[in-house]
Design a protein around this ligand. Structure first.
Ligand code: NAD
Length: 497
């Protein structure tokens, strides 16, 4: 059985821990490897390695750092097929979707290649007579990232290329469910010329996460995962005086207005609700049908959900792959049971789907609920599977209130032909990322990604300009050169008056 080790100081590292966790191919249910679960000692040793590498890397001119990133970008492109297959084999999503998610990560690397421009700073000549002032951004030190299972390439790549471009060193703790893609990325980064110790991976579970939180050498933590863990990370990193951004769960609504192009809305919803088996933080798991469009919307969705092509991620005909693990599959099916008990109307039931030749894979078909009410658990909680709930709202205000009253605030969409409605919605929605006739409004790398409310704890969103702010400290220098004039002590605040 293959053992997936850590990657520390530029090479594979076995570490002190003997604990292992199984890694499965969700398409077949076969255990393909075991991943090492690191110890406190493993993490502490890695932090020392990253700290040692920091002095030289933070002093490397940004242009030279960018050249390593350019080479890394080339290597990701060259190895795109291999990386994509690794994602499919451990996560289960379909090949083209996995490739798309890798590209979204690659775009962050491309953005990070512009780091010399982004770190230029600001200068003012003569803030006072013969006094100049400038502001610059310096790296934080050793940074860490803790990532979820659902985007094994993209989410780590929201973090480490930005942190490293800014002159920090980095420790990644990927999801123990699909760790192999991160390891391959670390190997490619080394091949691109990244010095040893700048990018390290410690595999593991809560033990490594808690060791990250308490390690004094680590200055900042980026987290993406479920809301309870995000809150835990946020509170405990703050307690340990670390900078922290912790992105949590979601329940993204899609508001369908009566004047919309219904085909566009339905097709958008199909991809957004069932793509990647609903295991996306930007998945749309709630459709709010406004006015009289509800029956037409449900009818049209029903046909499409019933015809969804479910199969292994490597099959070109598959539109939706399996769920990540057997436990997660059971949890999602359990939510469908709860929805029925709560009185929602199950229009399409995908719970019993079986695939010939893949009987042990973690598959289910798409599920569609109608007449969901706002006090039901299937509406309030994140299911993270291929289950779409339709709620009815009398008018725009009622739909907007649903969106704004929900505890999560990651993404939202509205489908309408009315510009006033679209504009008013985007302005009033208490949500971090808004789409108008766009089903999954994931910002590009040169903007930033992040939700509001209990979908993000902390101040800064990820990658883009917010990424540079998060991974650097601002310093402002004020300077005067001795000009031969006699100066007297000044006991009052210097002003320009
Ligand atoms: P998770 O919270 O279970 O795990 C995330 C990370 O935290 C993993 O690395 C895991 O090892 C670690 N972890 C798990 N339990 C822990 C504990 N008790 N103490 C310390 N660390 C722990 O999340 P997941 O199931 O891997 O991913 C799915 C979740 O991630 C969903 O809620 C989804 O919405 C969210 N997500 C959010 C975003 C976003 O941008 N907001 C993006 C992707 C995924």
């Amino acid at each position: 059985m293959k053992i997936i080790e850590h990657f520390i100081g530029g090479k594979e590292y076995s570490g002190s821990s003997k604990r292992l966790s199984p890694v499965y191919n969700p398409a077949t249910g076969e255990e393909t490897a075991k991943v090492k679960l690191g110890s406190i000692e493993d993490l502490n040793r890695t932090a020392e390695v990253a700290q040692k590498a920091l002095a030289s890397w933070s002093n490397t001119p940004p242009l030279q750092r960018a050249r390593v990133l350019f080479k890394f970008k080339e290597l990701i492109e060259k190895n795109e097929d291999e990386l994509t297959k690794i994602i499919v084999s451990e996560h289960g999503k379909v090949y083209e979707d996995a490739k798309g998610s890798l590209t979204r990560g690659l775009e962050v690397v491309e953005y990070a290649c512009g780091i010399p421009q982004m770190l230029k700073g600001e200068f003012t000549e003569n803030v006072g007579k013969n006094v100049d002032s400038w502001s610059l951004r310096q790296p934080l030190g050793v940074c860490a990232g803790i990532t979820p299972f659902n985007f094994p390439a993209m989410v780590p790549m929201w973090m480490f290329p930005m942190a490293i471009a800014c002159g920090n060193t980095f420790i990644l703790k990927p999801s123990e469910k699909d760790p192999s893609c991160s390891i391959r990325l670390a190997e490619l980064f080394k091949e691109a010329g990244l010095p040893d110790g700048v990018f390290n991976i410690v595999n593991g579970d809560k033990e490594v996460v808690d060791a990250i939180i308490s390690n004094k050498k680590i200055s900042a933590v980026s987290f993406v995962g479920s809301t309870p863990i995000a809150k835990y990370i946020y509170e405990n990193c703050a307690k340990n005086e670390k900078r922290v951004q912790a992105l949590g769960g979601a329940k993204n609504h899609c508001v369908v207005m009566p004047d919309c192009d219904l085909d566009q809305a339905v097709n958008g919803l199909m991809g957004a609700a069932y793509g990647s088996a609903g295991e996306r933080c930007m998945a749309q798991s709630v459709a709010v049908a406004v006015g009289n469009i509800g029956d037409k919307l449900v009818k049209s969705l029903k046909t499409k959900v019933e015809n969804l092509k479910v199969g292994p991620g490597m099959d070109k005909n598959s539109e939706m792959g399996p769920l990540v693990t057997k436990e997660h599959l059971e949890k999602v099916k359990g939510y469908v049971d709860i929805g029925i008990q709560e009185g929602a109307e199950l229009i399409v039931d995908g719970r019993d789907l079986k695939l010939q030749g893949y009987e042990k894979g973690y598959y289910m078909g798409g599920c569609l609920f109608d007449k969901v009410e706002k006090d039901m658990r299937i509406y309030k909680e994140e299911i993270f599977g291929p289950v779409l709930s339709v709620l009815r709202a009398k008018n725009f205000e009622e739909a907007l209130n649903l969106v704004n009253d929900h505890e999560f605030g990651n993404g939202v969409s509205i489908f309408t032909r009315d510009g006033d409605v679209g504009r008013s919605f985007s302005s009033k929605a208490k949500i971090g990322m808004v789409g108008i006739n766009i089903p999954i409004p994931v910002p590009m790398a040169f903007h930033s990604f992040g939700g509001w409310k209990r979908s993000l704890f902390g101040d800064q969103h990820m990658h883009g300009p917010e990424g540079v702010r998060f991974y650097t400290k601002l310093k402002t220098i004020t300077s005067r050169w001795p000009d031969g004039l006699k100066s007297d002590p000044e006991f009052v605040m210097p002003t320009m008056k």
